[in-house]
Design a protein around this ligand. Sequence first.
Ligand SMILES: NC(=O)c1ccc[n+]([C@@H]2O[C@H](COP(=O)([O-])OP(=O)(O)OC[C@H]3O[C@@H](n4cnc5c(N)ncnc54)[C@H](OP(=O)(O)O)[C@@H]3O)[C@@H](O)[C@H]2O)c1
Length: 289
Amino acid sequence: MPGTTAAPRIVVTGATGAVGRHVAQLLPADADVRLFVRDVAKARRMGLPGELVQGDHQDRPDLDRALRGADAVFVVTANPLRPADDENILAAARAGGVRRAVKLSWLGVADPAADGLIARWNRDAEALLRASGLDWTVLRMRTPMSNALAWAPSIRGEGVVRALGGAARSACVDPRDVAAVAVGALTGPGHAGRTYALTGPAPISVREQVRELSRVLRRPIGFEELTADQALARWRERLPEPIARALLEVAERRSTGASEHGEGDVEAVTGRPPASFATWAADHGPHFG
Ligand SMILES: NC(=O)c1ccc[n+]([C@@H]2O[C@H](COP(=O)([O-])OP(=O)(O)OC[C@H]3O[C@@H](n4cnc5c(N)ncnc54)[C@H](OP(=O)(O)O)[C@@H]3O)[C@@H](O)[C@H]2O)c1
């Protein structure tokens, strides 16, 4: 019909992840949203709005199905040992006629001294995106506040958090703020060729986060410092050796103050200041029982 504009078709990869789930929820109701997920049942349990397309980042035909005819894609990859995932998504996007790609990355890449597996993988993925021929936007995220959800079982069961680097501070960011920036970049003008640094309002240590959760839950929560060996042993239980070692390296850099610096891009893009950990904790109290 003359004068009408078709709803933008937006594909969200990593839609069940820490940021992707909020991107799915925040996209405008008139957008034609496809969520690329490897576990459809999980996406259904989360009640995510949008058409679910099942697939794996390794599988080009799955990605081709999801991306054909789309306008924009939110790119989230999660395995530093599989750098081809980013390449697959971008190749499928180009083949499918997608114009715009917004990529979740890590603010640690801005630190020239960070040269471990996770920094190299994110830097390479950013470079691929910038060379992709698509209108690109990079979202460099500081630690998402939602990483604290990993403490939920021991808080519920024993009233304690065990972690490495209790005194290390990070300007951690509410993933909902990162998602709000992503939605702006996926749907609005003026974001092509931009790299945003996304942090929370102020650095906060793990011990301070635990105190905040204790305040929200109105009961004491203890903190027990892990040694590097203990932390490594825990990561090894669920992750391949190179990733476990890379996480230790990131934690060691964080303890030098490398993650403390806050940046203003959440407010610059969304028009409102980033949420504090206190706000995030108040909104997520029920997850900690
Ligand atoms: N986590 C952090 O502390 C942190 C901090 C700063 C920056 N970042 C950056 O954020 C990005 C995402 O990392 P993350 O680990 O935090 O992500 P995440 O929130 O765990 O989300 C990963 C998403 O990708 C999906 N996924 C994983 N492998 C897949 C595959 N082979 N095929 C299809 N979908 C797949 C996951 O699905 P399932 O739900 O099925 O697993 C999930 O939806 C990375 O670039 C990372 O460096 C992370």
